[in-house]
Unconditional design. Structure first.
Length: 201
């Protein structure tokens, strides 16, 4: 197994098998820290189980007894490093929007799409969504509070799509895309703080 990256859940490895390459998310630590990371990976496993037919999302290949999450390996370059080289931005962001809406329809909200490292650009120029470790799942048993949280995180996903597409130039948002942009209170406060910080810097 080859090391790929390290995150708050543990390490991400690449395993070569006879049937191809597999991404392995392995929880790290001891005691309570290890237990919490295993819980988080089980929650991510539950999210991927809902997303089996969503385009641009790796298929889940199962979970091993020691808590390792197995995912399909999809080729691609990190969006944060190659976004400037996109040859067809309109197609890319149209496909990304379709994937996000399909994820939401499956009862999952990503919650971390503002982090550009969670999006890959495939060799064909299409988006690939990664890392559902922070995902919020819609639950019929969660009650009205759970429903509100899910809708809020869906809004955050769509706001992130707008932010990435327009490179934070919110004055350039088209009338069509403005329907997807509804900043939450937390996002509005964060933006005000950033503006103030830039003025003081």
């Amino acid at each position: 197994e080859r090391f790929l990256s390290r995150g708050y859940q543990g390490v991400v490895l690449l395993r070569d098998t006879g049937a191809g390459r597999v991404v392995v998310k392995q929880p790290m630590g001891r005691g309570l820290a290890l237990w919490l990371r295993r819980v988080m990976l089980r929650r991510e496993f539950a999210a991927y189980q809902r997303l089996g037919n969503v385009p641009g999302v790796p298929r889940c290949l199962g979970m091993e007894a020691d808590g390792r999450l197995l995912l399909e390996f999809l080729e691609g370059e990190p969006f944060r490093e190659t976004a400037a080289a996109l040859t067809d931005r309109d197609r890319f962001f149209s496909e990304l929007l379709r994937s996000i809406l399909a994820v939401h329809a499956a009862g999952v909200a990503h919650a971390d799409l503002k982090r550009r490292g969670n999006i890959l650009i495939s060799p064909e120029g299409s988006p690939v969504l990664l890392d559902f470790g922070s995902a919020v799942l819609r639950s019929r048993r969660g009650g009205w509070l759970s429903d509100i949280l899910f809708r809020q995180v869906c809004r955050m996903d769509l706001n992130a799509w707008v932010k990435l597409k327009y490179r934070r130039r919110y004055d350039l948002i088209s009338a069509e895309d403005r329907a997807y942009y509804h900043p939450t209170r937390v996002e509005a406060v964060a933006r005000s703080v950033r503006r103030l910080w830039r003025k003081l810097s």
